[in-house]
Design a binder for this molecule. Sequence first.
Ligand code: ADP
Ligand code: MG
Length: 326
Amino acid sequence: MESDSEFDVIARYFNRPAPPEMLGVGDDCALLPVSHGFQIAVSTDMLVQGEHFFPDVDPAHLGHKALAVNLSDLAAMGARPLACTLALSLPAIDHAWLKAFSDGFHALAKQTHCPLVGGDTTHNPAGVVISVTVMGEVRRTHALRRNAAKVGDDIWVSGVLGAPDIALRLLQGRLPSNPELLAATRQALEQPMPRWRFGQHLVGVARAALDISDGLLQDLNHILTASHCAAQIQFDALPMAPALAGLAPELQQAAMLAGGDVYELCFTAAPVRREQVQAVARQYAVPVSRIGSLVQGEGLRVVGPDGVDMDVLSYGFDHFKHGITL
Ligand code: ADP
Ligand code: MG
């Protein structure tokens, strides 16, 4: 990409005035203030064309999602968004694409008070690569770590499960064409809304948390490993996305237990915190479900609708199985 074009792209699509307390786009570094007694939480997620999104995806949705998946990581730590940076590799300068992409990105940045304060823009003939870094702040020692769960804790999830996986299967042709089902699930895949406010207010209420980017079982397993405990889940307590009603039970189960790209929070909290969890959930209009509890030992049991343990090993522990894992 010749340098004139690169600067033009940055100026037109990415340079926005930073809040007065920050130095944003235009210098060698952005400068951010940090509140006394807080830590910076930093996370980066990349989206690669063909691996994480289809080349023809709506660029406005892609801009939204590139930031959303990163904000979800901040939410999972209980951190408040401060600012973000965007590294973008493009095969060509396509103004219609850049306008829609940047509009989608800035709209979510504005809504979540997470301004774009820097980045890098390069040429890449192989396709679009997007790398976003978010920075947030969280009170020292208050972040929701994966290793903080305790035996006896309740296990909770926000929102509903399963829709993004069904949309992905439809778009990849792994399920027979079904325009109605795609219409009902696609938004969950392409425009997830991170739990950015709810996550912050779980600080002091929840103990451990993470977001379900790789599937409930696989992600919950990270908490179990880090916190040295086991989990028992009631399948019937899992919140199923309404669009999945009517699908074959095996498909519902696979989508809910192993489907990735959910960007809901899975968290643990002591049973004495139940009322508080519900109060925070009500305050931010986030549905929450208590799906099981942590027990002593190792591993993960899912008690099926018939009261018999489900075969969890067939779900969620092989996320390269299907090629594209959005
Ligand atoms: P440098 O050569 O010092 O890294 P660049 O010429 O790459 O600076 O970028 C100029 C300015 O534009 C920097 O402040 C940088 O952070 C910002 N910038 C570059 N690309 C992007 C982008 N995609 N989004 C936001 N800011 C960007
Ligand atoms: Mg640069």
